[in-house]
Write a protein that binds this ligand. Sequence first.
Ligand SMILES: Nc1nc2c(ncn2[C@@H]2O[C@H](COP(=O)(O)OP(=O)(O)OP(=O)(O)O)[C@@H](O)[C@H]2O)c(=O)[nH]1
Ligand SMILES: [Mg+2]
Length: 439
Amino acid sequence: MPSGEIARDTIAAVATAPGKGGIGVVRVSGPLVPAIGQAVLGSLPTPRHATLAWFRNAGGDAIDQGIAVYFPAPDSYTGEPVLELHGHGGPVVMQQLLRTCLDAGARLAEPGEFTRRAFLEGKLDLAQAEAVADLIDAASSEAARSALRSISGEFSAAVVALLGALVELRALTEAMLDFPEEEVDRLHRDDAAGRLATVRAALDEVIAKSRQGSLLRAGIHAVLAGAPNVGKSSLLNRLAGEERAIVTPTPGTTRDSLREPIQLEGVPLVLVDTAGMRAAGDEVERRGIERTKYELERADLVLAVAEAGAIRPLIADAPPGTARIVVYNKADLVPGFAAPPGAVAVSAKTGEGLDQLRQAILQAAGWSSTGESVFLARERHLRALRRASEHLQAATGQSEWEFFAEELRLAQDALASITGEFSSDDLLGEIFRRFCIGK
Ligand SMILES: Nc1nc2c(ncn2[C@@H]2O[C@H](COP(=O)(O)OP(=O)(O)OP(=O)(O)O)[C@@H](O)[C@H]2O)c(=O)[nH]1
Ligand SMILES: [Mg+2]
């Protein structure tokens, strides 16, 4: 058990979304589950069998008829005894059912408490537990797929493999510190450098996959900006696949920013249409342009739109360093128009060049669809991975074994914080198992 904290009380909650639905589920977990099952159902159902039963309150009145499933410990989601009551999904039925479980001795579960217990009972590690929330929150199919990979432990396995390699290297180094002989020292120095390089390469790979995954979580914030009437709103509509923004031949049509969540190849993207940048005609337009500036400052990616063949300068003030794609729209009006290198020519009217634009957006945002598994890492994971990387880099330049060992330890701590496992006992175990020093 990762923390030694023991959950003794029994928790209950409506597990399905609030509102009306065909089915609603009350979930109960903890030692009182058998007693609560008795009280509500009259008898405990056969473990892991869907059992049709009447649900009754403390007074014996029927609340609903539904399916009850009983999972004895430890083979349940939380690792504790769990009872699921699947009733008709109306708010009144669900509240009465929940009330009955609370009256029978359960307390209301806190948010995420079932998954927290699963972690405490060793059913999931931290990264897996976080992925459960990520799967539920996933905003795109690709994000959901990545979250599922994390739940199944793919991300954790990659982190644990890195930890294993680090622990081995630390064990060798600690042994070195105990036997500081010249001969061994030279041999170990070469070996350690090689091993460290291998770990760093593997860590870099995990970081790359995680960075891609963080795009899936947060989504890419792409802002369409440019002079009035160049076709920004038309492009938004095209990319969104529906008429979301108003389009007219009159410059200054868009007065306010409009956000439209879309997906490109399963990657979530928030497209922001903005008011065209020009000397403002009136107060509303002035405010619109202020908002455009605000959006530009927050953009991950700016789509700077101009008219094909136009000599008008591009206007899109984004902070330096913001990724940017120059888009020449209305290519249909300029036969034979070719965009300069790095820019994309499109026509919101005919649709030409749009696939190329989609690819350019994904690429500029840092997404490469290698088909390889991407880890739906959280900011916390990325920070931990980067911290580990910094310590390994510091270790690389170390000539003193003590400092080398210390950097390895810090890198290990950073990685271990991802899965929430691994204490220093593991290191001791590793040393003893491998060396049996002094017998
Ligand atoms: N021929 C042609 N016309 C286009 C194209 N894209 C947009 N238009 C036309 O250009 C005009 C302006 O389009 P909008 O999408 O409203 O342009 P905008 O940049 O959002 O303009 P503002 O909101 O005023 O800044 C409309 O009449 C569109 O029909 C294109 O690719 N080809
Ligand atoms: Mg517009």
